[in-house]
Design a protein around this ligand. Structure first.
Ligand code: GAL
Length: 395
């Protein structure tokens, strides 16, 4: 009798477990990315724009120190990312080897140092046979490399697309998604295939961010080219955990004016872009620092609703960009003057998706309230500059 009832219980439990398994298998897509990371656009620093291949343990440690000392950590910057050229070979077991001359204590010790500062470490690889700088790529070593990064304590990996002849990015990057899911450590996954094969379509299910364009350069024309690239116009794909990436920041690298760098930073924030600084944090000017740590502009980029903003009006070189915010009745607006002379630009509430009537206007670079305006706000904007605003309905 006892035996029979036990059997019944066992059978019922087994059937229930089976049913749960089937339901789970049907409702949880096996391959969707759900790593809980980058709920707002990642903020940090990367070595490439300023240092190229000239990376080392000393540089990365000093940058981590400077990130803390400059107030950038306090402003929200978190990731210290080593780009190409840290790796030199594979050992006889196929494990990736860091350059022993430049990283004499290895990546694990460096990760420990960066973590001791309350920051996180990022690393770089390539989906193909070699990186763009001809270092070993990760092709056919996806899981092995993911495990190595996890064992070292890496928190972020950017995966490039050089030397990938004949490979399909959606398939290759999905291999890394699976590898990272199995490696036992939360690692932000940054896809870098320059917008090829429409990553805004498959990127959200694959990685946390995906490049939409070619490489940025420290030139005004390059910033404009990225803003105008139709690849960058996919706000529907962005949201918590998944971001269009118009490339890293050039703020402070010297070939643009501070006014232009302010525009670059403002528009990246309107686009909910990752804010990955690319300058020398150890020696930056006060003006550069003031741009990178403007908490009011950063708050727009990091708005928890995670909506990517876009251009809503262009009259010649005079543009209005806007980004919806989580706060009810509030939007961010950038009045952007691409022309060569100062000009007035008007934001009409109807264009920036605000209800008609009164709204309070705050200037996020001047850190000043401008007062209450009805239906529109007009102001003078310097050549190549922005006036960045937060406008809140005042009913
Ligand atoms: C490019 C990438 C850059 C940088 C460089 C390194 O493909 O877009 O951001 O990572 O490779 O070689």
């Amino acid at each position: 009798m006892l035996c029979k009832s036990r059997l019944r219980i066992w059978l019922t439990a087994s059937v229930a477990a089976f049913v749960l398994l089937v339901i789970n298998a049907n409702t949880t897509p096996v391959f969707s990315l759900d790593n809980g990371l980058a709920r707002t656009p990642p903020m940090g620093w990367n070595s490439w724009n300023k240092f190229g291949c000239n990376v080392s343990e000393t540089l990365i440690k000093e940058i981590a120190d400077a990130m803390v000392a400059s107030g950038m950590k306090k402003a929200g910057y978190q990731y210290v990312n080593i780009d190409d050229c840290w790796q030199v070979s594979r050992d006889s077991s196929g494990n990736i080897v860091a350059d022993p001359a430049r990283f004499p204590n290895g990546i694990k010790a460096l990760a420990d140092y960066v973590h001791s500062k309350g920051l996180k470490l990022g690393i770089y690889t390539d989906a193909g046979t070699m990186t763009c700088e001809k270092r070993p790529g990760s092709l056919d070593h996806e899981l092995q490399d993911a495990r190595t990064y996890a064992a070292w304590g890496v928190d972020y990996v950017k995966i490039d697309w050089c030397h990938t002849e004949g490979l399909d990015p959606q398939k290759q990057y999905a291999k890394f998604r699976e590898a990272l899911a199995q490696c036992g450590r939360p690692i932000v996954f940054s896809i870098c295939n320059w917008g090829e094969k429409q990553p805004w379509k498959w990127g959200p299910a694959t990685g946390n961010l995906w490049r939409t364009t070619g490489d940025i350069q420290d030139k005004w024309a390059s910033v404009l080219k990225i803003l105008d690239n139709p690849n960058q116009q996919h706000p529907e794909s962005a949201g918590p955990g998944a971001w269009d990436d118009p490339d890293m920041l050039e703020v402070g690298n010297g070939k643009m004016t501070d006014t232009e760098y302010r525009s670059h930073f403002s528009l990246w924030s309107i686009m909910a872009a990752p804010l990955i600084a690319g300058n020398d944090l150890r020696t930056m000017s006060q003006a550069t620092k003031d741009i990178l740590i403007n908490s009011e502009v950063i708050a727009i980029d990091q708005d928890p609703a995670g909506k990517q903003g876009s251009r809503v009006k262009a009259e010649g070189g005079l543009e209005v960009w806007t980004k919806p915010l989580k706060q009810k009745g509030a939007v961010a607006v950038a009045l952007f003057n691409r022309d060569n002379a100062t000009a007035d630009i008007t934001a009409n509430w109807s264009e920036v998706r605000l209800p008609a009537g009164k709204a309070r206007v705050r200037d996020l670079w001047a850190h000043a309230d401008r007062g209450v305006y009805v239906d529109s706000f007009k102001t003078s904007v310097p050549s190549h500059g922005v006036v960045m605003l937060k406008i809140i309905n005042a009913k």
